[in-house]
Design a protein around this ligand. Sequence first.
Ligand code: FE
Length: 351
Amino acid sequence: MPMIRPPSAAAPVPKPTALALLYGLALAALLALAAPTLARADTLTVYSARNEQLLKPLLDQFTKLTGTQVQLLTANEGALLARLNAEGASTPADVLITVDAGNLWQAAQQNLLQAVVSPVLEKNIPTHLRDPARQWFGMSVRARTIVYSKARVAANTLSSYEDLADPKWRSKLCLRSSKKVYNQSLVAMMMQELGEAKTEAIVKGWVANLATDVFADDTALLKAIAAGQCQVGIVNTYYLGRLLQADAAFPVGLFWANQATTGVHVNVSGAGVTRHSKNPALAQKFLEFLSSDAAQKIYTDKDLEFPANPAVAADSIINSWGSFKPNPINVSKAGELQAAATRLMDRAAYK
Ligand code: FE
């Protein structure tokens, strides 16, 4: 159930209607000058699908650095997009934070974000981790790769996502539900690389190899591998990281997929400035802050993700997995192909 906490009951932002006409990019500089004079220029409202506990230290840091008060509303991504659509131009939101390029792409597609031209963001965030139209920027990288039972599988028998369709894994594979956007994005990337027919054959092979029903989340899947219910699976690495943090002897290993070919599927959590932000200059400043060294450390260490800014080092659990070759395809492809990927998984009877 989505937990929606309304922003504080502070007075709504008075919005000079003439200013609404000035939101074009060409006037970004003018807005930067005008913003501090707006009534609530020192308050920023963030809608976030990342939980409050992960974001709070960052918001506090931003307040400390800039004097800006941040109002936070957290909910799942579907609820946030619905809310932004319903609120339209009267939304109090300045910034949207969500996970998965598929969701960020949806937000841009629904006209809920605006382009941000920022040399700081372009320096800090690599090209393949941000929207080519500049409407959102990846702030952390999540890698979705192969995990295996250390007791039952030799790592050298693993190779790629495609190989998990091989009959040698019959009744040994565990997968999370295809309803999760993470898997839709993974399959979308495969479609981009391998084409539709080949990807469909692979997904059918996965389904044929399932040891049991699909799982509702990655953590349950990892525990099923540990318990011997299956031997291999595909998860986002931070879920394994969290289990290892709790128990260093957790008997599941991590294997970097497709290192000889296309690279590991990566996705992002990211942020954009809302289309109807009353404070786009301040919202941009917040995004730039999120991409900075200090903020990237806080943003990623707590959730055991990889910093999007390549100048920032990852947490030690993450480093213990060694470096890997990521798939260099722009993550926005995942959004573009999301609907087709969902249809493909339906045809393959991937529940
Ligand atoms: Fe997740």
